[in-house]
Each structure stands twice: as structure tokens, then as C-alpha cells.
Design a protein around this ligand. Structure first.
Ligand SMILES: [Mg+2]
Length: 260
């Protein structure tokens, strides 16, 4: 069953805080995460949104903040990286909420060995988390799932499994995108605004739950069979970007009207 969610309502950006997942939400998914490029038009759109929200815009991604900076260069954003394990509120420097843990060391060696033995799978060491991608080798999914489950059950207090689109990711427990959004919302320029969060994947569900608790607007990007806590939906990345353009247009019309 394909779920079709209602399109999100238009809101005034001057009263809104914007939170975005990146891959699959603002940019199309690629087989390899490093193949993603950010267009000039997306950079310009985000810059206009930062201005319209007085800076209340943050990226909330599974990528590290360093990876986000190189992806969007020269733009820098308030951001949470590595599924809530890193956070940066601009102006300021990014910090890791937790330090890398030795619980990852054993898993690191096993994942590395697995991807070498199974062509098409890809091991990504993010420092604070370990990702096993199988987008180019779906036939190895079951074996990969068996390995990551074994690693988690060996040390369940230190490792949890995040299952994304064609990727398994191991991370320390206790932090997620929802907590990152809640922390941003405690501080200016986010505080007191109505939050919107858009994401496409299972790891975004924690963010959707937080948004719902705050009576914000949770937007699932993409159509698939998985259950979601998001109340609103947009079909794909293009629809997401068009909707944001529409918000900017509506906001400038409102402001022009207010000035007359
Ligand atoms: Mg995503």
C-alpha cells in the first residue's frame, strides 16, 4: 500500500523554524554518498530561507557536520550531524556531543572485512558511527543484516542499529534527530518559533515525533510503504524544493501586503 499524505500547509517564514534532513530530502539519493552534489539553485534557495527565518534553519543529517560543510561549501549552517551525535549552533563551532567510543572498534574491523569480501557493499567510517551500505549489492542484504545484528547483540548497551535506505548504521544510543531538534528549539533564533522538519527515512521518525509534540509540521518526503509519524507528505525532492519556493513567495507577498 502506498501511503499518500496531505501536502503541508503554507506558513509564514517569519514565525517558522526550519529543520531539514539532507539526503533524500533536499538532494536526491546517490549510490555513493560522496557522489551527491549541491546545485547553485539549492544553495540560493537555502540562503533565501535563512534570511526569511532570521537564521532559524538547521540541517539535521546522518552525515557529519564536516561532510555537510564540504557538501554545501561555501555555505555553513546550524546543523546536527551523525544522527544527533554532533551539533553546531551558528555563530559558533561544532562539537561532538559524545566522544568516539571503543565499542565501535571491534565492529569497525568486522565491517571492513565484510565489505572487502562482498563486492558492491561499502563501509563508511564516520568516526562516531559506522555505516554499511549495500545500495549497489542488494543481494548481500541478508548477510549484512546478520552481521550488524550480531555486532549489536554483542554489546547492546553501547551500540544500536539504525536501518536506513540500503544502509545499516551502528551508533551509540541516547541521541537522535528528535533530541537535536528539541535542543535547537530551546535557543535563539529557534526558540518561540513554530518548527517544520522534513525527512525521508526511518532515522527521521524520531524528528517527526518531536515535531508532533511541539505541534509543528512534520513532512515525509517520498512515497513508500513504511509507516510514518509525519502528518504531511511531499512526493519527492523536487516537490520539497517547489514547496519551499512557494513558502518564500507567500512570505514575500505577505510582507509586501503588510508594508502597504
Ligand atoms: Mg535522508
Amino acid at each position: 500500500m502506498n501511503q499518500r499524505l496531505e501536502a503541508p500547509p503554507s506558513t509564514s517564514l517569519s514565525e517558522t523554524a526550519l529543520f531539514f534532513d539532507v539526503d533524500g530530502t533536499l538532494v536526491a539519493l546517490e549510490e555513493k554518498p560522496e557522489a551527491v552534489v549541491v546545485s547553485t539553485s539549492l544553495r540560493m534557495l537555502l540562503e533565501r530561507l535563512i534570511i526569511a527565518t532570521d537564521g532559524a534553519l538547521a540541517l539535521v543529517s546522518g552525515r557529519s557536520i564536516a561532510q555537510l560543510d564540504s557538501l554545501f561549501k561555501p555555505l555553513e549552517f546550524s546543523a546536527s550531524g551523525v544522527h544527533g551525535l554532533e551539533r553546531r549552533l551558528l555563530p559558533g563551532s561544532s562539537h561532538r556531543i559524545i566522544e568516539a567510543t571503543d565499542a565501535l572498534d571491534d565492529a569497525r574491523a568486522e565491517l571492513d572485512a565484510f565489505t572487502k569480501a562482498h563486492p558492491g557493499t561499502l563501509f563508511e567510517d564516520k568516526g562516531l558511527t559506522l555505516a554499511l551500505h549495500y545500495r549497489m549489492a542488494a543481494e548481500h542484504r541478508e548477510k549484512a543484516a546478520g552481521l550488524v545484528r550480531k555486532l549489536v547483540s554483542a554489546d547492546p548497551e553501547k551500540l544500536v542499529l539504525l536501518e536506513g535506505k540500503m544502509v545499516f548504521e551502528l551508533k551509540p544510543p541516547g541521541f537522535d534527530k528528535g533530541r537535536a531538534i528539541a535542543d535547537f528549539m530551546k535557543e535563539p533564533p529557534f526558540r518561540g518559533r513554530s518548527p517544520i522538519f522534513a525527512g525521508d527515512d526511518v532515522t527521521d521518525e524520531a524528528g517527526f515525533r518531536t515535531i508532533n509534540q511541539m505541534n509543528g509540521v512534520a513532512i515525509k518526503v517520498g512515497i513508500d510503504d513504511r509507516p510514518t509519524e509525519a502528518a504531511f507528505g511531499l512526493d519527492n525532492v523536487e516537490a520539497m524544493l517547489r514547496w519551499l519556493e512557494g513558502l518564500l513567495d507567500d512570505t514575500s507577498k505577505r510582507n509586501a501586503g503588510a508594508g502597504q
